[in-house]
Ligand binder design. Sequence first.
Ligand code: UD1
Ligand code: CA
Length: 457
Amino acid sequence: MANVIAIILAAGKGTRMKSDLVKVMHPVGGQPMICWPVEVAREAGAEKVVLVTGHQSETVREFFANAPDIVFALQEEQLGTGHAVACAREACAGFGGTVVILSGDVPLLRAETVQAMVAHHEERAAAVTVLTTQVCDPFGYGRIVKREGGRILRIVEEKDATEEERGITEINAGIYCVNAAFLFDAVTRLDNRNRQGEYYLTDIVKAASEQNELCVSFSVSDADEVMGVNDRVQLAQAASVVRGRINRDLMLSGITIVDPATAYIEKQVSIGRDTTIHPNVHISGNTIIGAGCVIEPGAVIRACTIGKGVTVKTGTVMTDSVLHDEVSVGPMAHLRPGTVLHSHVKIGNFVETKKIEMGEGSKASHLTYLGDATIGSDVNVGCGTITCNYDGVRKHRTVIGDGVFVGSDVQFVAPVTIGCNSLIAAGTTVTKDVPPDSLAIARSPQVNKEGWKLKKK
Ligand code: UD1
Ligand code: CA
């Protein structure tokens, strides 16, 4: 959209959140709430985004430190939404087009809605267009007071409304299109003679009608889109709507989600078709999952890259790991950062891995810790194997060649290297390198004392 600037109001504290963290930084769908309107402004094609910050301004600014398209305006004292817009005046100096005003606490708005609203505003050559919707319970929102013919006369806040006005169910979403010249003149003329002693942005509507400027509404039917987040009940509701949208898109693109109400998948996640997501799965960060995978109940996957045909079994937790095609992990496996599993690797229950690479077809099926290790292909790691990678000061690597068979209850005291095709006998504590094709055994010989039990009696 040419000739459109977006101003996003985000200076308020969010008193009703009862939080030490400023409201707009509370996460919704895996990112701070403020990211949603910022993305809407960008997607809608605003040439500039002015973010009005105030309360915990530094936290918000730091978050967007690497976003060159965002300009900040400081509202030192939070004197109301009208005052907040007035603080953005300098950042918009010389601009003569349409200003889209978004609210930092309205995360569910769609870019298409903003585009349609701008078109509506410009076609009618209105001074102000207010985004509105009909709700069953208008409590807490500004009510739209209209004149016959559909023009908006004024907006009245809950706290200032008469009994009759409270009955109005068309509410102000807090999203507007305003002619720039009219806006920056109107916001300097506001007063704060109201129940909250604030400079209300909503009063520009009254100013417009008094000056015979056109003020119209643009109505959305999906009330979710304009839901404001003021407390933690609404925060949870907004998060649930975001999840619903993400899950719906995934399902329509060919992914089976067994119970969408309990699939917690973040926006950046990409999933291939015919993958099945079972209940209570959490997938976050820049995770990529290939086609035809099965993610069983309770899996937690953060920032992982997963190939095709992978099975992640119940209760498995993985972070920053790479799983190639046809890998199987879990149930109850823990893959920590830096785990790379090549195709057809099998990791079984109660196995923990960290900074390891495991070659094609290798297995660690039960109860094992593998850290700081390079393991070749077709290696069998027996039950109860431990890489002793930490000497109390430094971490050391274990290197295991292709085709090695590691018996049960083996400890590798790193640094140590095992040559290809060797066999490590069960119960061995490996403290020296093992050459290829060898048997390594380190355990005290067994002594059987016959008749011992009878003598005891
Ligand atoms: C506002 C509207 C109300 C509308 C509702 C929709 C006014 C007076 N009221 O009420 O008609 O129905 O939004 O959600 O505008 N902010 C600042 N500086 C301030 C005050 C607020 O930047 O001095 C920011 C807040 O951080 C927030 C947004 O403006 O992101 C809205 O403020 P909030 O106090 O939540 O307004 P509401 O009472 O919800
Ligand atoms: Ca609000």
